[in-house]
Design a protein around this ligand. Structure first.
Ligand code: GAL
Length: 357
């Protein structure tokens, strides 16, 4: 009897799985989705693209995945081609969303829905949904990490600090910066944080295209112009692991050594190299943005616009792109340092233990 029951249960399970998959495939069957990613120069976007492609293909969509090597015009052309080739939905992580306004209007006039991936598409009404992480929240997390780790919160200081921000054409860079300064500005005001270079303005501290080389150059200039002869930098705010690598290289060049007067360096993306640098002490912290979850949320948005289902949304107020407020799903960022790195990155299956060695 028991055996019979389990056979019936198993058959029901198999039936529902097969039926479920068949139903999804029928809706998706062969519909073309264009996925435009900014660059392959950082590991995260490679993972983002791969995750999106795999998840969409598993549902029966045909995916055209393109990377634009951080070349704004190349991304415009890729999107034009996707439209010409019959894409029924576009998923876009923009390089400079201002350059996309016309091609997005073109998509809209043809009834092709657009989903913004990680980076908001600004100044357009041609975007249906936005899947991202809580970008201002990331800045707050970075600020609070510094506040706690250095003891600023308990009255310690003064500490010398320098600031780096992300790309000025990326809305995320502005939001992160705002969240971070909200936490740290009071310490600058009270003198517990001292920005020796006095460079705190976004336009001065930003890093076009989040470039590692640009960041390294700026850090070299900061060090040679403001530090040395007994004056060391204690904290460097970095909004992206790639920028942190540039900062670390400049510090090494100026004679700083891990373990002696090496400063606290933040980051974002939990790239494999950053994780290794955190283990070795070259970087202090990063923000883990689980791109698997982001892709999963984005896929539900594609299904919503193509199949008429309802995606999960948890923010309908924050992401005003100057034309509309874009309904968004904000994933939760996690601060990672050497104390929780293995638990977060290996425990979640993001990396294997072997990859970190
Ligand atoms: C931002 C993103 C960051 C980082 C950066 C550079 O838009 O929010 O997580 O990836 O781009 O690629």
């Amino acid at each position: 009897m028991k055996k019979l029951l389990s056979i019936v249960a198993l058959s029901l399970l198999v039936f529902s799985l097969v039926y479920g998959v068949a139903a999804l495939s029928a809706e998706a069957a062969g519909k073309k989705v264009g996925v435009a990613m900014p660059t392959q120069s950082s590991q995260r976007w490679i993972a983002d693209g791969k995750n999106m492609k795999e998840k969409l293909e598993a549902l029966g969509y045909v995916v055209d995945l393109q990377y634009a090597d951080d070349d704004v015009q190349a991304q415009v052309s890729q999107l034009e081609n996707m439209i010409t080739n019959g894409a029924e939905c576009l998923v876009i992580a923009s390089i400079d969303s201002n350059a996309l306004i016309n091609v997005l209007a073109q998509a809209k006039s043809r009834g092709i829905p657009v989903i913004a991936y990680d980076r908001l598409l600004m100044d357009t009404d041609a975007v249906s949904y936005y899947a991202t992480f809580d970008n201002k929240g990331i800045g707050t997390v970075i600020g609070k990490y510094v506040e706690e780790k250095t003891g600023l919160k308990d009255g310690k200081g003064p500490f010398n600090i320098e600031f780096f921000a992300g790309s000025p054409d990326d809305n995320n860079a502005h939001m992160l910066n705002a969240g971070m300064f909200e936490v740290l500005q009071p310490y600058l005001d009270s003198g517990k944080l001292v920005c020796v270079s006095k460079q705190t303005d976004f336009n001065t501290i930003c890093t076009l295209r989040w470039s590692q080389e640009t960041a390294q150059q700026r850090m070299e200039n900061l060090l040679s112009g403001n530090y040395g002869t007994g004056k060391d930098v204690d904290i460097v705010i970095s909004p992206f692991d790639g920028i942190s690598y540039g900062i670390a290289a400049a510090l090494e060049g100026a004679g700083y050594k891990v373990g002696t007067k090496w400063p606290l360096i933040t980051g974002q993306d939990a790239e494999l190299m950053a994780a290794k640098n955190i283990i070795s002490g070259k970087q202090t912290q990063t923000i883990f943005k689980d791109t698997r979850i982001l892709a999963e949320k984005c896929v539900t948005m594609v299904q919503a616009v193509l199949e008429g289902s309802k995606p999960e949304i948890n923010d309908t107020t924050t992401y005003n792109n100057n034309v509309i407020v874009v309904p968004s799903y904000l994933c939760t960022p996690i601060s990672v340092d050497k104390d929780n790195l293995v638990e977060q990155l290996v425990g979640s299956g993001y990396y294997t233990k072997a990859e970190l060695e």
